[in-house]
Ligand binder design. Sequence first.
Ligand code: SF4
Length: 601
Amino acid sequence: MNGYAGKLLRVNLSNGKVSKEEIPDSMKRDYLGGRGFAIKLLWDEVRSVDPLSEKNKLIFSIGPLSGQLLPSAGKMVIASKSPLTGGYGDGNIGTMASVHLKKAGYDVVVVEGKSEKPCYLLIEDEHIKIEEALDLWGKDTFETQDLLEKKHGRNSGILITGPAGENQIRFSTVMSQKGRAGGRPGMGAVMGSKKLKALVIKGTGNVSNFDDAKLKELTKRGYDEIKKKESYEFWMKQGTMQAFEWCNENACLPTYNFREGVFEFSKEMDGYVLEKLHANRKGCPMCNMQCGHVIKDSSGQPAELDYENVGMLGPNIGLKSLPQVARLNRMADEWGLDTISLGSCIGFLMEASEKGLIPEKLKWGDFEAAQKLVVDIGKGEGLGKLVSRGVKGAAETLGKGSHRWAMHVKGLEVSAYNCHACPGMALSFGTSPIGGAHKDAWIIAWEIANDRFSYNKSKVEKLIEFQRLRGGFFESATVCRLPWVEVSFGLDWYPQFLEAVTGEKRGWEDFLKIGDRIYNLMRAFWKREVPQFGRQWDYPPERWFEEPHSQGKMKGMKVDRKKYEQMLDWYYELRGWDQNGIPQKETLENLGLKEVAKEIG
Ligand code: SF4
C-alpha cells in the first residue's frame, strides 16, 4: 500500500540477529500504524513477561502520515509492556527519527532480547549495525546527543535513554534532540534494561505516495490555513503555557500535590511571564506551531518549557520561579525522567515530609531540595529509591494511608489538571488506556466551556468521541493532534491527506472503527497481562473524591463517587464492555477480534 515504507525491522540484542518482514496490507487497513501497529504486535508477541526482562519487546512505530511533509507529522510512537504499570504503555515523540525511519524503509522497529554490554542501534537504510556504547553509558541525554551527532551527522534521527533509564527508574522516558520526550510509562527503562543506549537512524530513500502532486498542494494549503487561524498568533506567543492562566482561573491547576486548584503565585509564572523570558522556540519536525519555549534556566542554560512540566514542577511542588522550574525541567530531560511523574513524585515526598511520614525535612517550594531529589531519583538512591516505581509504588512501601494522595491512575501519575471540579476529565484520566495521561481525551476545555458540573451520559459520549480521535486516530496516523485541538485545523483535512498518501478513500466511520479496535485490544492486553485487572483500575485518585478544595472559586468541590460510578457504567455500556470493564465477546467479534475474545473470555 502506498504511503508506508512497508517493512518491519526486527533486531534481537541477545543474539545480534536482524530480520526484515513485510507488513501485511490487512494490518495497515485494520490498525493504520503507530499505536495501532504497536498494540497489535505486543498482543501477538508479548505474553506474561517481566517488563524489564529480555522477553519484553520495545516497539518504535510510525504511521502513513508520519515523516511526510504534512503539518506536524514528525511523530513516532514508542511502546512496550510498561514497567511502571504492568499494562500497555506508550507515548509519542516528535523527532527526526520518525522522518529518517520512513526514509530508511521501515514503519516499525521491534527490539527484542538484551545486550550483554551497552550498545546502540545504527540504522542506515538497509544497513543495520549493533554498535558498542560503553563510552556513552552513564552520559546524560544532551551529551549523548552531541556525541552521536558528531559521529553520525547533525541531522541524524537519534533516540536516547538517559542515566535514569539505565538505572531502570520506571518513569524514565526516551529523549531526542535535547528536549523532545516520549514514552511516559517507562519506555526509557525498557531501553535501559536491554542495555540499549540509543538508536541512530539515517534514511535516504523516499516512500512512494499515491498522488504526490495532490499531497504537495494539500500540504501547502494546510500550512497556510494553520497560520491564518485566529488563535495562531497567541499560540505562537505562549504555546501550551496559555493553559496556565486558564487553569488557575478555573481552579484546575495542580497545586501542592493536587490539593488545591489555584496557586497564590500564579501571576509570577504564567504565559505572560514566559513571553518576557522567551529566548527561543523549539519543536518537532514539520511543524509550524512549534510549542517548546526556551528560556534561560536559573543556572543560565537554555531549557524548554511547556504547560505540563511547568504545572507539575511549579505549583504542584510549590515552586514559583519559572527559571527554577526550567532548571528542574532541564535536569529531568538530561536524566531522561518524565517531568509529569517527576513533579508528582516530588510533590508526594514533600507532602509525606509535611505529614511526618518520612524523617527528611522537605518544604514546599524548596528549590535546593527539589534539585537534589531529581538527582536522587535519577540514581534511584535515598528518597529517590522510595519513588523509583512512581507514587503508587511509593505509597505501597510507605503505607499509612498515603495511597489516598498518591496521584496516579493504573500506576501512571496523572498529568497537570486538577479534577476536583471536573468529573468528565476525572473519568478521562480514569479510563485512559495507559494510566493517568491526558493525551487520549483532553475533555477538560470542552467540559468547562459547556457543561462543567454535570455527570450525564452525553458527557461520557463526548469523552469516547475524543478518545477515538485523539487516542485512536492521531496516535496511529501518526501525527500531532495539536493543530486540530489548539487552532481548530479542521478534521476534514486528515482523510484527504490519507487518500493522497495511500490512494485509499476512507472516511471517519472507518477511522473511528480502527480506533475502537485499538482500544479494545489495549484493554484485552491489560486483562491478559495484569492479574485481577478490572473496574477498580478505572478510578481517579482518592484525593479527588475525598478532600474538597479548601480555597478558590471551587472551594468545597470534590468528585461525587456515586455519580462517577454511574458515568463509568455508561462508559462501559457505550464501549460494549461488561460492568467489570472487560470487552464483551460480541464487541470483540464485531471488530474482527474473535481470537482475542477466545483468549480473554
Ligand atoms: S505542536 Fe508542538 S508537539 Fe505538536 S508537532 Fe508541533 S512542536 Fe510538536
